[in-house]
Write a protein that binds this ligand. Structure first.
Ligand code: FE
Ligand code: FE
Ligand code: FE
Length: 157
């Protein structure tokens, strides 16, 4: 990796891998959550994530590259933490812990998409910039939804 174009492509592959890993993890989160609204949030975000993978494929196409993933160590670690919560926690601790684990994932995605869409802009990839900004907005909205859920109900119970 030597150029901004290289790091852009590398990071795109990283997040593509991460989104695919997330689609495998979210059904487990939905199953483990006991709080109905958290369950629903995980199910809804699973559908949204499938759409994001389709959008990422368009991003790869728009820059003339093949969609492929490259192992993302960060998401592996974050999902391992979520697994740990599912094994070790129960009752209200489980919901609060799971919700926090989901937010850690959203924050990672927000960091990645924030960089990616700015790099796309600088590199003159206007279509990629637009598509990546759409995904960034979805991740931010999900994070806000989770914050509201935590503050208004999960943490109190
Ligand atoms: Fe995502
Ligand atoms: Fe990564
Ligand atoms: Fe997300």
């Amino acid at each position: 990796m030597k150029t901004l174009a290289d790091v852009f492509e590398h990071t795109l592959q990283d997040i593509y891998y991460a989104e695919n890993a997330i689609t495998k993890a979210l059904p487990k989160v939905a199953k483990a959550a006991t709080y109905a609204k958290l369950k629903k949030a995980a199910e809804d975000h699973l559908e949204e994530t499938k759409g994001q993978i389709a959008t990422l494929k368009k991003v790869f196409t728009s820059i003339g590259k093949k969609a492929e993933g490259e192992k993302c160590d960060a998401i592996e670690g974050l999902l391992k933490e979520a697994d740990g919560i599912m094994k070790e926690a129960s009752g209200t601790a489980l919901d609060a812990g799971l919700l926090a684990a989901c937010q850690a994932v959203e924050h990672y995605e927000i960091a990645r998409y924030g960089s990616l869409r700015e790099w796309a802009k600088v590199l003159g990839h206007d279509e990629a910039h637009k598509l990546l900004s759409e995904i960034l907005d979805q991740e931010k909205a999900t994070n806000n939804k989770l914050t509201n859920l935590a503050v208004t109900s999960v943490n109190k119970s």
